[in-house]
Ligand binder design. Structure first.
Ligand code: ADP
Ligand code: MG
Length: 390
């Protein structure tokens, strides 16, 4: 689960991470009020920042420096409601519904600091670089030696000597060194305690007056852990997510929208991946990944069909079910019930294999519905391709 920059900063703040917070606003008026509130505390220069679930906002025109308070209004007017395109949004961009008004800092240097799980070692890894502010992927590609990596042993947790090592490698000295060490320790604590999968600060800055502070913050939180973080779970912003994926989540379907024309509904993630490969091999393009899980009940099947069909690119649907624990005849009943309850607007090909496959096929045939059936994968693929061409 992704959260906005302002929310990530709120979480980090609770763990003592030094962040540049600011005030979030939904309207231009609120943005101006926010600046006035901050001006009362002595802030004279501001930065207005688009809040969307994607990075690279600066490059796309979503981060505006305001040399005086009078510049806040036009900046907020420009950013709020814009369709912000960044390297992470895709070509159509993302509508900006909120801005964060922050104090502008005098930056002496921009660093990068991030924590995530390194699956290869099974340990959390803290990555740091003196090359902050730019995309870390580019640094990793061009100058990998400029990224320092420190692994955290899960049995001991992050040791303070490791945090000192990172601060040292970043070239921090004096007070900045001390603040850097504290920052690393606090960031790791926040990452662990909030069950984050990523906590990334880019840029972490040293200000002209020597403070170490996060100007940007990105956090991804583990969906599977949100049951034990009610406060964090409430930070979910469904407006930022794909509406079909949100709908699928409500039915416990694992759905990811893709760009192709063949909708697929499969039980099991591995079979779903295999089915997508097969569709491609047969000349089609998968329109989605959809794993209906271990049980394909009439209700989930119908929800799946509706979600797949609401994608206008879908020209045919392939249902590929392997009856292991789930019986194919029950799945067939579910498909028939779902298909009779709604209007199927594209050809439907159902491939059943495994427990009670024959009985399942019979149910589909007897239904009188325009459902094409297949037992073998190749047969299913051929029927899908033929349906696309028809
Ligand atoms: P993104 O990563 O989405 O582009 P950032 O928050 O990292 O957005 O902002 C981009 C750049 O804008 C930063 O690298 C920094 O140089 C500048 N910036 C952001 N916030 C501030 C601020 N409060 N004061 C001064 N400069 C800022
Ligand atoms: Mg950034």
């Amino acid at each position: 689960m992704k959260v906005h920059e302002y929310q990530a900063k709120e979480i980090l703040d609770q763990y003592g991470v030094a962040v540049q917070r600011g005030i979030v606003a939904d309207t231009v008026e609120e943005a101006v009020e926010a600046a006035q509130t901050m001006a009362a505390d002595g802030v004279t220069q501001f930065v207005v920042k688009a809040q969307i679930h994607a990075g690279g906002r600066g490059k796309g025109g979503g981060v505006k420096f305001c040399p005086s308070i009078d510049d806040v209004k036009p900046a907020a007017e420009k950013i709020l409601g814009m369709q912000l395109i960044t390297p992470q949004t895709g070509a159509e961009g993302q509508l900006v519904r909120k801005v964060l008004v922050t104090a502008a800092e005098d930056i002496a240097h921009e660093y990068y600091l991030g924590v995530t799980l390194d699956r290869a070692t099974g340990m959390d890894v803290i990555m740091a670089s003196t090359e902050g502010g730019v995309e870390i992927e580019e640094v990793a590609e061009a100058t990998p030696e400029k990224i320092v990596k420190v692994h955290v042993d899960p049995t001991t947790g992050l040791r303070s000597y490791q945090a000192r090592e990172i601060a040292f490698q970043l070239g921090l000295e004096g007070t900045a060194f001390k603040e850097g060490v504290k920052f690393v320790m606090a960031l790791y604590k926040a990452y662990r305690a909030s069950d984050a999968t990523i906590a990334e600060i880019n840029p972490l800055v040293k200000t002209e007056d020597g403070r170490i502070i996060a100007l940007d913050a990105k956090m991804d939180l583990d969906d599977n852990a949100m049951f034990r973080h009610k406060d964090l779970a409430e930070m979910r912003d469904e407006a930022e997510e794909d509406p079909l994926e949100v709908e699928a989540g409500k039915h416990n379907l694992n759905y990811i929208k893709l760009d192709g024309n063949v909708g697929c509904m499969v039980n099991g993630a591995g079979l779903a991946m295999g089915t997508m490969d097969l569709i491609k091999l047969a000349g089609g393009e998968p329109a989605n990944f959809l794993d209906v899980g271990g049980t394909a009940s009439p209700a989930t099947t119908e929800a799946g069909f509706r979600i797949i069909q609401s994608d206008p690119n879908v020209k045919a649907i392939l249902v590929n079910i392997f009856g292991g624990i789930v019986r194919c005849d029950r799945v067939a009943k579910g498909v028939v019930e779902a298909a009779s309850n709604m209007e199927l607007t594209v050809p439907l090909i159902v491939r059943l294999q495994g427990t009670n496959a024959e009985e399942g096929m019979q149910i589909l045939k007897d239904s009188g519905l325009p459902i094409q059936t297949a037992i073998r994968l190749q047969e299913a693929a051929d029927k899908v391709t033929a349906a696309l061409d028809a």
